[in-house]
Design a protein around this ligand. Structure first.
Ligand code: ATP
Ligand code: MG
Length: 335
């Protein structure tokens, strides 16, 4: 009811929607860019299969989950069915092969948390990270992509939130703020919670897709073309949702007790997950459960300094959405 009252006060709601939708449209990658990404993937497949005929390449991350804005790098996973490969050795060899085929800036980062080879393709101008056997990321990419097909408002909201996070400097995991993946999970959870719900909980429905990866069973309903009308009882517009999203994270989320979980489509308690106190470097100051690796809190990168930064940014955004006559300027103001 508050939301409704608020939105009645904002007589410019139509203009605001129009502004958000034009920002969203301007961030969508052109078809030409998608074609170039495919072209680079085909080249990589050719080079890799010469050396490892059984290896497969998968796109993952924002170039494949439909939450990628234009000019993003691409993330590639090389899947090879060989239990005892030494990842570092493999990556060094891969880097060698790619280097000798005129790819630029080839670098093997063997000590990173997720070891990768980085490169840039001079023909398409696209940069790319290749990791080995990170199949869970390929599966969570599919889950996100499937959610995006149910209701267009998810993609709209996530583009706006990611754009805000990048502009405001709160999309930097190495500085203790959240990854793009975490922000998309926050958007999915938020739309599952609207009344009436805009998104269902795919992992709570009949299983139509199931794979087991690293002993984790990943099962969910993936016939999303059957869910196209799921959110149609909810008429909220993108401007209302952006306002309510920031309002939730600024004033209504219970940081002390709650974990958001798209796996269950609900809030679960920190106590239940044993995430109530600091363990090693994991402080659990904002808790976002990974849909498959359920012991994994995407908020674990957040420390006692960066949680303050994050919450102040949520409050700032909520304030702007409430009072600013032209919120789209201040919201995305570089920090
Ligand atoms: P951007 O547009 O910022 O590049 P992105 O969707 O590629 O966004 P990243 O946060 O770079 O987002 O993550 C890339 C992919 O890696 C995600 O889509 C997800 O599949 C996987 N991933 C990233 N972080 C995690 C994590 N902490 N746990 C599990 N999977 C993750
Ligand atoms: Mg990425």
């Amino acid at each position: 009811r508050n939301l409704k009252r608020h939105m009645e006060c904002r007589r410019d709601i139509g203009t605001l929607n129009f502004r958000f939708l034009s920002i969203y449209e301007s961030l969508i990658p052109e078809e030409e860019e998608k074609a170039k990404q495919k072209q680079l993937l085909t080249l990589l497949e050719k080079l890799v299969s010469k050396e490892w005929p059984k290896a497969q390449l998968f796109l993952y991350g924002s170039c494949a989950n439909s939450f990628g804005v234009s000019k993003s790098d691409i993330d590639v996973c090389l899947a090879i069915n060989d239990a005892d490969i030494d990842k570092s050795e493999f990556l060094l060899k891969l880097a060698d092969i790619l280097q000798s085929d005129n790819l630029q800036n080839v670098q093997a980062l063997t000590r990173a948390r997720v070891p990768i080879v980085k490169l840039k393709d001079p023909v398409t101008g696209i940069s790319c990270d290749i990791c080995i056997n990170n199949v869970l990321a390929v599966v969570n990419t599919k889950l996100l992509r499937d959610y995006a097909q149910i209701d267009v408002r998810l993609r709209q909201l996530a583009f706006i939130v990611k754009h805000w996070a990048k502009s405001r400097g709160v999309n930097e995991t190495y500085q203790g703020t959240l990854s793009s993946y975490a922000y998309v999970l926050m958007c999915i959870h938020f739309l599952q919670q609207r009344k009436p719900a805009i998104l269902p909980c795919l992992q709570g429905m009949e299983t139509t897709y199931s794979v087991t990866v690293d002993d984790i069973q990943c099962a969910f309903f993936d016939q999303v073309e059957r869910l196209r009308h799921f959110g149609s009882h909810n008429k909220e517009s993108i401007a209302q949702l952006v306002w309510a999203f920031f309002n939730y994270w600024a004033y209504h989320h219970d940081y002390a007790n709650d974990v958001i979980s798209i796996r269950t489509g609900s809030i679960i308690s920190k106590r239940e997950k044993d995430w109530t106190r600091r363990k090693g470097n994991d402080r659990h100051l904002i808790c976002i459960e990974d849909p498959f690796e359920t012991s994994h809190d995407l908020g674990r990168v957040v420390d006692k300094f960066s949680i303050k930064v994050l919450r102040e940014e949520f409050e700032r955004a909520a304030y702007i959405m409430q009072y600013d006559p032209d919120p789209c300027v201040a919201l995305f103001e570089p920090y």
